[in-house]
Design a protein around this ligand. Structure first.
Ligand code: GTP
Ligand code: MG
Length: 150
């Protein structure tokens, strides 16, 4: 099964959306294998969003993501990376369909509630390693697994 890195951003935490977001992934059938309530420091922010360094919105993005606690998670399941991206909606909440997380809870591009690894090869693995030690990721079976997969 595939693993992906997901994070409720500072705006989502402040707006009381952690439970709602966790529920969506749980109910979908994805399995939580790691979770951490934490504050991102400047260095981690630069590493995590390194691909955007130099872009006009970069400094604001770093300032925002370090501005308050985030809830970092690893979710596992069939096509987890792509399924989570679909459930998140588009980068811009204004273009996100109702029913998606950003389409239901966001309005502004710079306050889009949630992060999920993109589908580029290696992205999820890189981000999981950046945020979690191996012993913080738990191997176990969910009781409904035989009913989720053919
Ligand atoms: P993440 O899950 O946060 O990585 O979002 P994403 O993968 O959907 O988008 P991307 O990686 O391209 O951009 C990272 C974050 O930077 C986005 O979630 C936005 O909050 C922010 N961002 C991207 N493009 C812009 C922009 O043009 N203007 C502003 N203000 N913010 C942007
Ligand atoms: Mg991204």
């Amino acid at each position: 099964q595939e693993r992906t890195f997901v994070m409720v951003k500072p705006d989502g935490v402040q707006r009381g959306l952690i439970g709602e977001i966790v529920s969506r992934f749980e109910e979908r059938g994805l399995k939580l294998v790691g979770g951490k309530f934490m504050r991102i420091d400047e260095e981690l922010a630069h590493e995590h969003y390194g691909e955007h360094e130099g872009k006009p919105f970069f400094e604001g993005l770093v300032e925002f993501i370090t501005s308050g606690p985030v809830f970092a998670m690893v979710w596992e399941g069939q096509d987890a990376v792509a399924q989570v991206r679909t459930m998140m909606g588009e980068t811009d909440p204004a273009e996100s369909a109702p029913g998606t997380i950003r389409g239901d809870f966001g309005l502004d591009l710079g306050r889009n509630v949630i992060h999920g690894s993109d589908t580029e090869a290696g992205s999820a693995e890189r981000e999981i390693e950046l945020f979690f030690d191996d012993d913080e990721l738990l191997d176990y079976e969910r009781v409904d697994e035989t009913w989720l997969y053919e």
